[in-house]
Ligand binder design. Structure first.
Ligand code: DAH
Length: 342
């Protein structure tokens, strides 16, 4: 190449390199322009350097001088643009990054959920599995299959919302006993947590919707001894080493029926406001599954027997935490939940 052509080429490389570096709007574009212009492998400056070899010896000093000018100019421009773009990307604030973050409220489990999970865990150890059923139930499952005769006074405590076509909002979790017995062969050991509905006022001790936990055990040779020993074991686990007592009771779906009380853990049995002065807290209803319930579910009541219980985990949450009014459990007031929840 002759000197004149070389100088013209150096001019062009320089000119186009300046344009490319200057038009790069961000760091990525600048890097692309650098590689195209000043890159070691395929950069145009590199090609210009290699072209020096073809210059006649006497013209080399002049060509080399022009080459150095072009390269230095482009390198300086690149450094300048890089510094400018770096500055534009640097954080411009003067915030104190060492300041501790504000504590965030991440939510927590509801006190009743905590009690349900604890009950589930205790019964899981005893070989029970979890079963669930619908909250919109049929009258037959909610009442008929459980041996409530039509117009029986026991229905009074179970007034609820009636839906279309013989449907009701279930008043207890007991219908899931029948659904489970229809679906599985004994031996059956299930725990049934769920929400239930009653036509009740919303006051300090009643709510129109609340949680229940039901239990059912059916097999050959199951007796009242199994009921008492299992429920005593449960009371021991959930309330500590408290004493229990069983009082005769009535439910249409159990015979015989019993209500279980645990000795009040707050006063130790001497009587206090938490146990209304009686020394005992009623925690569940229970009994031997009525043969008519087994038959309604298609189970041979001559061969199989069983026991069942039902309880309100909300009551346990209340007596545990000394909550004076159950409406607090429905408010979801963070200031309250923060004190009790985990
Ligand atoms: N279903 C009853 C209720 O809601 C509670 C109950 C009592 C359930 C005795 C049972 C039981 O399984 O054996 O009032």
């Amino acid at each position: 190449m002759n000197l004149q052509d070389y100088i013209a080429q150096a001019h062009e490389v320089e000119h186009e390199g300046v344009a490319a570096l200057q038009s790069a709007a961000d760091l990525d574009a600048l890097e692309a322009a650098r590689i195209a212009t000043l890159g070691d492998r395929h950069g145009r400056v590199k090609a210009l350097q290699e072209a020096l070899r073809s210059i006649a010896k006497e013209d080399k000093p002049a060509a080399g001088k022009r080459f150095n000018e072009a390269r230095q100019k482009l390198e300086a421009l690149h450094a300048e643009r890089k510094a400018a773009l770096d500055r534009a990307h640097a954080p411009t604030t003067t915030e104190d990054l060492s300041l501790p973050a504000r504590r965030t409220w991440r939510g927590a489990k509801h006190p009743v959920t905590l009690v349900i999970e604890e009950i589930e865990e205790i019964f899981r150890e005893l070989g029970f599995t979890i079963a669930q059923g619908p909250e919109a139930e049929t009258e037959w499952y909610n009442f008929g299959s459980l041996n409530f005769p039509p117009n029986h006074p026991a229905l009074d405590a179970h007034d609820t919302l009636y839906l279309e076509k013989g449907g009701v909002l279930r008043t207890h979790t007991s219908p899931v006993q029948v659904r489970t017995l229809q679906k599985y062969e004994p031996p059956i050991r299930v725990l049934i947590p769920g929400n239930v509905y009653r036509r009740d006022f919303f006051d300090a001790s009643h709510a129109p919707m609340f949680a229940q936990v039901e239990g059912l055990c059916v097999d050959e040779g199951i007796s009242f001894v199994d009921l008492k020993s299992t429920l005593n074991r449960f009371a021991e686990r959930i309330f500590g080493a408290s004493r229990t007592r069983f009082r005769p009771s009535f439910f249409p779906f159990t015979e015989p029926s019993a209500e279980m009380d645990v000795q009040c853990g707050i006063c130790g049995g001497s009587g206090c406001p938490a146990c209304k002065g009686t020394g005992w807290i009623e925690i569940l209803g229970s009994g031997m599954v009525h043969p008519k319930v087994l038959e309604a579910a298609g189970i041979d009541s001559e061969r199989y027997t069983g026991w069942a219980f039902g309880m309100g985990p909300g009551r346990i949450a209340i007596s545990r935490s000394g909550i004076p009014d159950i409406r607090i459990l429905y408010d979801s007031d963070v200031r309250f939940l923060e004190q009790i929840s985990e």
